[in-house]
Design a protein around this ligand. Structure first.
Ligand SMILES: Cc1cc2nc3c(=O)[nH]c(=O)nc-3n(C[C@H](O)[C@H](O)[C@H](O)COP(=O)(O)OP(=O)(O)OC[C@H]3O[C@@H](n4cnc5c(N)ncnc54)[C@H](O)[C@@H]3O)c2cc1C
Length: 394
């Protein structure tokens, strides 16, 4: 028994401007027309929706939080995140894809020189190009500062100045389909202070992606190792100063974690809506199962988790928009929203009973997708490490 997803109540939100309401309405329309109808089939087949990403780019949705003068949408983070939630509710691969692209643009947009921003940012934000963020390596995941991909500066200080980059990046979202890689490399000694950021075009000779990983879920979003073999990257593609790369990477992650939190709420919301509709129409013992208190309490807890998650990511986003410190709150939002998404999607499967365990309904896919959100951009154990350190100053 397959059921339509109930229209989501995205329009009854408190939004800061009419422009924001229009943006959300446009997003909703794109989701309903382009993303949601193809999501189940394309995820099952592991097909990346490159055209849909281009369409989002042309609609101005790939550079929302960045300044207008470089081609961005200059929207507050609280608006950008709600757009992400809408996209992820329609298809996580796309919501996360936009979040990862935004993360990949962060170094240039925030730490690039004026000349670098004018030269490259408009094409990164314009929608034709897609970005990836390359921090993790096979041997350095949670301990990201232990990365070993080496960039050696060669060619003097003139036009020939370049870095020769050698190493392997692991788990790269958009690996093999991205047009540029925002890449953390080691230019100095061990530890965080030896790390720098290079903005590497994907067609640089010596850069190649392996076949995508065979994942439990999120199969439409390619995740691959990216190999650098003496790849020659012009020195002008160094973003910020040598040695500044790890703090740039962490500042990108503070913002990126808010994106993951919003995506998690989107997936949870889609699961909740589906479960509510199912519970209203499925009858057992002569009554809709929604009338059994055991089930309606479950739905009530799921709805509360969705609302609490949204409130938490919005409150962290508003701190960011106001120029306040938000790293601790971003880690809390990522931790809470992704754990909530795991619980809500698991409960949605339970609400559908045996039907929930089949691929005839989307809730088993939501459950598989929610799992990865507890792992990427810092596992939820690492979020607790971040929060604990901020609390105690350790
Ligand atoms: C689908 C997917 C997409 C991804 N996309 C990207 C991407 O685009 N770019 C990118 O750079 N990376 C990406 N990642 C990598 C992701 O960020 C890492 O997988 C994650 O940081 C964990 O690293 P790891 O897998 O090496 O696990 P490990 O670091 O080996 O951790 C293994 C376990 O140990 C725990 N652990 C480790 N250290 C501690 C500690 N100090 N305290 C308590 N527990 C600890 C972890 O929480 C985890 O449970 C992606 C991963 C996945 C699965």
């Amino acid at each position: 028994m397959s059921q339509p997803i109930r229209p989501l109540k995205s329009m009854d939100r408190q939004l800061p401007s009419e422009e924001a309401a229009d943006l959300l309405a446009l997003t909703r329309e794109l989701v309903e027309r382009e993303l949601a109808p193809r999501a189940a089939e394309e995820e099952a087949e592991g097909r990346f929706p490159r055209e849909a990403m281009r369409l989002l780019g042309r609609s101005g949705l790939l550079g929302l939080p960045y300044p207008e003068e470089y081609g961005g949408g200059e929207q507050p983070y609280e608006v950008y995140l709600q757009v992400l939630e809408e996209l992820a509710a329609g298809r996580l691969t796309v919501g996360m894809g936009v979040s990862v692209h935004t993360l990949a643009c962060h170094a240039l947009a925030t730490f690039g020189s004026e000349r670098q921003k004018q030269q490259w940012l408009p094409e990164l934000l314009g929608g034709e190009l897609l970005g990836a963020y390359c921090l993790s390596e096979p041997q350095s995941g949670s301990d990201a500062a232990a990365l070993t991909t080496r960039a050696v500066r060669e060619g003097g200080d003139g036009d020939d100045a370049h870095y020769s980059v050698t190493g392997t990046k692991a788990w790269i979202t958009h690996g093999g389909v991205a047009d540029f890689y925002s890449t953390m490399v080691r230019t100095g000694g061990p530890g965080p202070t030896g790390i720098s950021v290079l903005l590497v075009p994907a067609d640089t000779p010596g850069v190649a992606a392996d076949a995508p990983e065979r994942k439990m879920g999120l199969k439409g979003s390619p995740t691959a190792q990216v190999r650098f073999e003496a790849a020659r990257v012009p020195a002008e593609r160094l973003i910020g100063a040598e040695g500044q790369g790890f703090s740039i990477a962490l500042s990108a992650l503070d913002s990126g974690r808010l994106g993951i939190a919003a995506c998690a709420v989107g997936v949870a919301r889609a699961a909740l809506d589906y479960a509510v509709e199912y519970a209203r129409t499925r009858t057992q013992f002569g009554r809709p199962i929604a009338e059994f208190q055991g089930l309606s309490f479950m739905l009530a807890d799921m709805a509360t988790a969705v609302e609490a998650g949204r409130a938490l990511y919005l409150s962290a986003a508003r701190r960011r928009d106001a120029g306040l410190a938000f790293g601790k709150e971003a880690a809390m939002a990522k931790l809470f929203c992704t754990d909530a998404a795991m619980r809500v999607t698991t409960d949605a499967v339970q609400v559908l009973g045996g039907y929930g365990y089949t691929a005839d309904h989307p809730v088993e896919r939501y459950m598989r997708e929610a799992k990865v959100l507890q792992i990427l951009e810092g596992t939820n154990q690492i979020q607790r490490v971040v929060i604990g350190r901020k609390l105690t100053g350790g």
